[in-house]
Design a protein around this ligand. Structure first.
Ligand code: HDE
Length: 692
């Protein structure tokens, strides 16, 4: 007996099968514009018969789906982006003729992509890793891409070593793990054999690789570039991004726990900030110097493992960047954006840095395998916002339709009244004619001036506070504990001896290893003066942009919660309400307060400080709830400010949280807690003995 077809009936909600959904919106069509009448069912020979090959609607839909993924980036695969603008705050025509720096107050659109380096696209946001900080400026004279990192130096000096570095840090070739982690044999094996990496290792093992937020990290162009003015006079330059919110990091224990609680922590934070109108902002700064000055330094400015201390060349602020719009579509914009360090505009030029020179090839080349066509520049996110004309033609996925027959040059078609096409112009991009240091022979060598691998590594360590130094020791001990080859561990220790014997000894002690003698350095290091700009904790960041987690129970004081909210908002910080159930609590007086999060879904690692607005009755069930106790003990261990009511005392006692200067009695006022949102009481670290 033939089965009946399924008719829309009351056992199914609208749109769940069989029927066409009735709602507004444009007509659904195929990719070729044919209106589609049924988006629920394939075309079959009878209700239970085979699907027909003729069903072009189904075939097109599945065909497109099958090819939705594109290769992820070789490095920096995981990222998030935002639109915004760059505004020139100081015109510098004397330094550069770049259009975006000519007039104070002039703005150009930008697109920024932040990324981790080692992990795959689907990895977590908070590994210990360098962060990419890539900015595309859509200027009136073409796109300028400043493709930098949140650390001012790099692991290697020559592009020749980049594939080796990346192979070493990525999951090991035979076993396919670890994901998004440098704590394994092959990475440290490579590092221990590449003393030039030691300066970068100091940065990587510092809290810089554990940013609290993408909004709270610096950015650096890393290489030395050049600025060229209208007269053709060139100066050397390093680019810096300084975050308005200051620099802040999480602790290692927090980063590990955040990756479980919210693997999207950084992208969510950026999204929420922009959606709430709290637009992240950075200042663009320049360190400008000339070649004579560069020649007089003990390091080579063409060596990307070296920085220029800000005490030697102050950072001059010339602009600001505001990110005020989240992408409409992640794939179309953030995934398809293609950054190229070779994208410079008239007025900006390269240096001979051998790492930069290699990058000038790599990024153009990689887009072909990632985006599949030489026409990737036509994708809207990559297309310049100024006129673009040339004689390049055709290729896969060409979407422009050039008119006429002028696809070569020179031509004299204009003599016949035809369009002859574009022509090169005097004011176009022109390379600086002189090499920084003229090369006279073709040679595969490393310049002698690149030989000091340790002085700046030592300077970085010496510039940190004691707390930061302790974090670095702990990071090195953790990473090397994951190294299974004992000779690799020992070789790293031998390299660390050249950075700082005390650091090396502390790491050896942490590993339970004998400290081996120092490996002979290519050039003996010297003691450079410490630089405060290299430390995070020597600077106090503003409260702006921070988030307070408020744990509430039934019977809580609604006025206190309101006061916390008002004070936080006045300081441009936010508040999230956490309760046993997401439905919320009944406040003293009977009013309902909905919660933003359920207690075990929002551990305190997601907040900058916590407030315990609990009642005496409400506290009792929490005393037996692990998630509530962890909420408090973690906030305590991570040295965060804790605001509380008197009723919260038993909770604090139960987790052994002994009051100190970062405990705030909320009955005495809510403001003191808010002022502590961006700082930590590091002295607690000694008491808690947490892995830092
Ligand atoms: Fe990259 N790098 N890189 N890199 N890099 C890429 O380009 C490469 C280096 C950086 O959000 C790739 O489009 C080489 C330094 C960022 O899309 C690839 C060398 C710095 C991003 C590539 C370096 C960076 C990339 C992968 C040594 C800091 C992400 C996908 C010669 C100044 C950009 C892609 C985005 C991405 C090559 C070294 C930063 C494979 C060969 C130094 C922020 O082309």
């Amino acid at each position: 007996m033939a089965k009946k077809t399924h008719e829309p009936s009351d056992d199914l909600p609208q749109g769940s099968g069989g029927e066409t959904q009735q709602r507004g919106g444009p007509a659904l069509t195929t990719n070729h514009g044919v209106p589609v009448s049924d988006n629920q069912n394939s075309l079959k020979a009878g209700a239970r018969g085979p699907t027909l090959l003729e069903d072009f609607v189904l075939r097109e839909k599945i065909f497109h789906f099958d090819h939705e993924r594109i290769p992820e980036r070789i490095v920096h695969a995981r990222g998030t982006g935002a639109h915004g603008y760059f505004e020139c705050t100081e015109a510098i025509p004397e330094l550069t003729r770049a259009a975006l720096f000519q007039t104070k107050g002039e703005k150009v659109p930008v697109f920024v992509r932040f990324s981790t380096v080692a992990g795959s696209k689907g990895s977590k946001d908070t590994p210990r890793d360098v962060r990419g900080f890539a900015v595309k400026f859509y200027t009136t004279e073409g796109n300028w891409d400043l493709v930098g990192n949140n650390i001012p130096v790099f692991f290697i000096q020559d592009a020749m070593k980049f594939p080796d570095l990346v192979h070493a840090v990525k999951p090991e070739a035979d076993r396919g793990f670890p994901q998004a982690a440098s704590a394994h044999d092959t990475f440290w094996d490579f590092i221990s054999l590449m003393p030039e990496s030691m300066h970068m290792i100091m940065w990587a093992m510092s809290d810089r690789t554990l940013p609290r937020s993408l909004r709270m990290m610096e950015g650096f162009g890393v290489h030395t570039f050049r600025l060229v003015n209208a007269e053709g006079v060139a100066k050397m330059v390093k680019f810096h991004w300084k975050p308005k919110l200051g620099i802040q990091s999480t602790t290692w224990d927090e980063a590990v726990k955040i990756s479980g609680a919210d693997p999207d922590y950084h992208r969510r934070d950026l999204y929420e900030a922009i959606m709430a109108g709290n637009f992240p902002e950075w200042e663009l700064g320049l360190q400008v110097f000339d070649e004579d000055w560069a020649d007089a330094q003990p390091y080579d400015v063409l060596d990307a493992t070296k920085l220029i201390p800000e005490e030697d060349v102050p950072v001059r602020i010339v602009g600001r960047m505001v990110l005020d719009r989240y992408p409409d579509n992640f794939f179309a914009e953030t995934e398809q954006v293609a950054f190229l360090p070779s994208n410079v505009v008239p007025g900006i030029d390269f240096s001979n840095d051998p790492l930069l020179q290699g990058r000038l090839f790599s990024y153009l080349d990689t887009q072909k395998s990632r985006l599949g066509s030489t026409n990737f520049h036509q994708i809207p996110i990559n297309a310049p916002k100024c006129p673009m004309h040339n004689f390049q033609r055709d290729g896969l996925m060409q979407v422009m339709v050039p008119k006429g027959r002028a696809n070569y040059e020179p031509n004299s078609l204009d003599a016949a009244g035809e369009d002859a096409g574009p022509r090169a112009v005097d004011q176009g991009f022109a390379s600086v004619a002189r090499f920084a240091k003229p090369a006279t022979e073709k040679r595969r060598v490393r310049a002698e001036s690149f030989a000091d691998h340790f002085s700046q590594a030592r300077q970085f360590f010496a510039s940190q506070t004691e707390v930061e130094q302790t974090h670095m020791v702990a990071a090195l001990v953790f990473e090397l504990s994951k190294v299974q080859l004992p000779h690799v561990r020992l070789r790293v220790l031998a390299q660390l001896q050249n950075v700082d014997p005390d650091l090396a000894q502390r790491v050896a002690d942490g590993l339970g290893a004998e400290l081996p003698p120092a490996l002979a350095p290519a050039k003996p290091p010297v003691d450079l003066p410490p630089s405060d700009a290299l430390s995070i904790l020597k600077h106090t960041p503003p409260v702006t942009g921070r988030c307070l987690g408020v744990l509430v129970t039934d019977g809580a004081d609604g006025a206190m919660i309101e006061a916390l909210r008002t004070d936080a908002e006045a300081a441009a910080a936010t508040v999230k309400i956490i309760a046993a159930k997401v439905g919320g609590v009944t406040l003293k007086g009977g009013k309902r307060l909905p919660a933003d999060e359920k207690i075990d879904g929002a551990p305190s690692v997601l907040f900058d400080a916590i407030a315990l607005v609990v009642s005496e009755d409400g506290v009792q069930p929490l005393l037996g709830e692990k998630a509530a106790l962890d909420f408090i003990s973690d906030a305590y261990a991570h040295c965060k400010a804790i605001g509380h009511t008197a009723a919260a005392r038993p909770l604090l006692d139960k987790v052994g949280a002994a009051p100190d200067g970062f405990f705030c009695d909320l009955t005495a006022g809510t403001k003191p807690l808010i002022t502590k949102l961006a700082t930590r009481h590091w002295a607690r670290e000694q008491k808690v003995k947490l892995p830092v």
